[in-house]
Design a protein around this ligand. Structure first.
Ligand SMILES: NC(=O)c1ccc[n+]([C@@H]2O[C@H](COP(=O)([O-])OP(=O)(O)OC[C@H]3O[C@@H](n4cnc5c(N)ncnc54)[C@H](OP(=O)(O)O)[C@@H]3O)[C@@H](O)[C@H]2O)c1
Length: 337
C-alpha cells in the first residue's frame, strides 16, 4: 500500500462500514492508508488487506491528510463531521440522509448520473437511500427510451436496512418464532419475525413514512426530472438481507415488455432473471452478497396497456449502500489525480 489514497471509513464497525472494507479489498481500491473511524476508540480493530487496523474515535485529527472519507455512521455524525472532513481536504461520500436534499450536494448513482458528482461544491457527495438506488438503476434506461410519467412502487425491505443491531434482534426473534417460544422484542422494540412493519419513520403531516418520501424526492433529483410522479409504499419484511421492489411504470410513449427487456439487458449494473414459466425470478437470497440489480417479471401492465410492471431485487448493503459509494469514488478518482 505504498501508493494510493488515504481513506477514512467512518462507521467502520457497522453493517455498511464492514461491507465497505470488504468491497474496497475485493475491488483492489488503491489505498495507501486505511483509517477506520467509529464513535469511540476502545481497542477494537477491523481486518483489512490481511492486517488488523485499530479503530479510531471520530475527531478533527482523524481527518487530517485524508483524501477520501466514506461516511456510514448515521445522519447526526454525518451532519457534524462531513463538513469537517471536507474542510480538511477529503472528498466525502456520505451514506446518510443528511445532505441528500441539499441542492449544493450531488446525489449520485454512477450508472445514472456520475457526471453530476464531479467537483462537488461542498466537497460532499450524497449516496442515495438504498431503495432509491436499485429503483433508479432500472428506471433510467427506460426513462431515456420512453419518458416516465409515473412510478408506483411497493418495497419489501430487508431488516439489514435498519443496521447491525436490528439484524441481531431479528435473528434472535426468528429462532424463537421457529421454536414456538415467546418472541422477544429485542433492540428494535418490535417483533419482525412473522410480521410486516411500516411505521419506523412516520411523517405525520403527510401520512407517509420518511423512507417513502425519500424515494419521491431522490428519484426526481437523480433523474433530474421533477415531473416524474412517484407513489411509494415501503414495507419492512422478515428477510435479513436484500431489498425487493414491485414497480409499475407509466410512460409518455408506450413501451412493450420485449423492448423493455432488451433495453434493461443492455443497461449497466442490471442482470435479467426472467423466466417466469420455469419459476425463475429475482429473489433476495440469490441477490445477497452480489453486486447487480436483478430484474424479472417484466410484463405489460394489465391495468395500463403501454406501461410496464416488473420486480427488482438488490443487496441493500452492497449496491444499496457500500458498493454504490465506492463506485462513485472509483468514477471520480481520475479527478483526484
Ligand atoms: N443498512 C442499510 O441498508 C443502509 C443503506 C443505505 C444507507 N445506510 C446508512 O448507513 C449508515 C450506517 O448504517 P449501518 O446499517 O451500517 O448501521 P450500524 O450497523 O448501526 O453501524 C453504525 C456505525 O456508525 C458508527 N457510529 C455511530 N455513531 C457514531 C458517531 N457519533 N461517530 C462516529 N461513528 C458513529 C458505529 O460505531 P460504534 O461501533 O462505535 O457504535 C458503527 O460503526 C446510516 O446512516 C444508514 O442510514 C444504511
Amino acid at each position: 500500500m505504498s501508493e494510493g489514497l488515504r481513506v477514512a471509513v467512518v462507521g467502520a464497525t457497522g453493517l455498511v462500514g464492514t461491507e465497505m472494507l470488504k468491497i474496497l479489498e475485493e475491488r483492489k481500491f488503491p489505498i495507501r492508508e486505511l483509517v477506520p473511524v467509529a464513535s469511540r476508540a476502545d481497542g477494537r480493530t477491523v481486518r483489512f488487506a490481511g492486517s488488523d487496523h485499530e479503530v479510531v474515535a471520530i475527531s478533527e485529527e482523524a481527518f487530517q491528510g485524508i483524501d477520501l472519507a466514506l461516511f456510514s455512521a448515521g445522519g447526526g455524525p454525518s451532519k457534524t463531521w462531513s463538513p469537517v472532513a471536507a474542510a480538511a481536504g477529503a472528498l466525502v461520500i456520505d451514506n446518510s440522509s443528511a445532505f441528500r436534499r441539499d441542492p449544493d450536494v450531488p446525489l449520485c448513482v454512477p450508472e445514472v448520473n456520475l457526471e453530476a458528482a464531479r467537483n462537488p461544491k461542498k466537497g460532499i457527495i450524497a449516496n442515495p437511500n438504498c431503495s432509491t438506488i436499485q429503483m433508479v438503476v432500472v428506471l433510467k434506461p427506460l426513462h431515456d427510451a420512453a419518458r416516465i410519467r409515473r412510478v408506483v412502487v411497493a418495497t419489501y425491505q430487508a431488516i439489514s436496512g435498519a443496521g447491525a443491531s436490528a439484524v441481531a434482534a431479528f435473528r434472535e426473534q426468528a429462532r424463537a418464532f421457529g421454536n414456538e417460544r415467546p418472541v422477544p422484542k429485542g433492540a428494535i422494540g418490535d417483533v419482525l419475525a412473522g410480521d410486516l412493519l411500516m411505521h419506523w419513520s412516520r411523517d405525520v403531516a403527510t401520512g407517509y413514512q420518511e423512507e417513502e418520501l425519500k424515494m419521491v424526492h431522490e428519484t426526481q433529483k437523480i433523474l433530474g426530472d421533477d415531473s416524474i410522479r412517484v407513489s411509494p409504499t415501503a414495507v419492512r419484511v422478515p428477510v435479513a438481507m436484500s431489498h425487493s421492489e414491485a414497480i409499475t411504470i407509466e410512460f409518455e410513449r408506450p413501451l412493450t415488455p420485449g423492448l423493455a427487456r432488451e433495453i434493461l439487458s443492455q443497461a449497466a449494473g442490471i442482470e435479467i432473471v426472467d423466466d417466469f414459466t420455469r419459476g425463475r425470478y429475482p429473489k433476495p437470497s440469490d441477490a445477497t452478497g452480489t453486486d447487480p440489480v436483478y430484474v424479472g417479471r417484466i410484463r405489460e401492465d394489465v391495468g395500463n396497456p403501454g406501461g410496464i410492471q416488473l420486480w427488482c431485487v438488490a443487496d441493500n448493503i452492497r449496491k444499496g449502500a457500500a458498493l454504490n459509494a465506492i463506485q462513485i469514488a472509483e468514477g471520480l478518482m481520475p479527478l483526484k489525480g
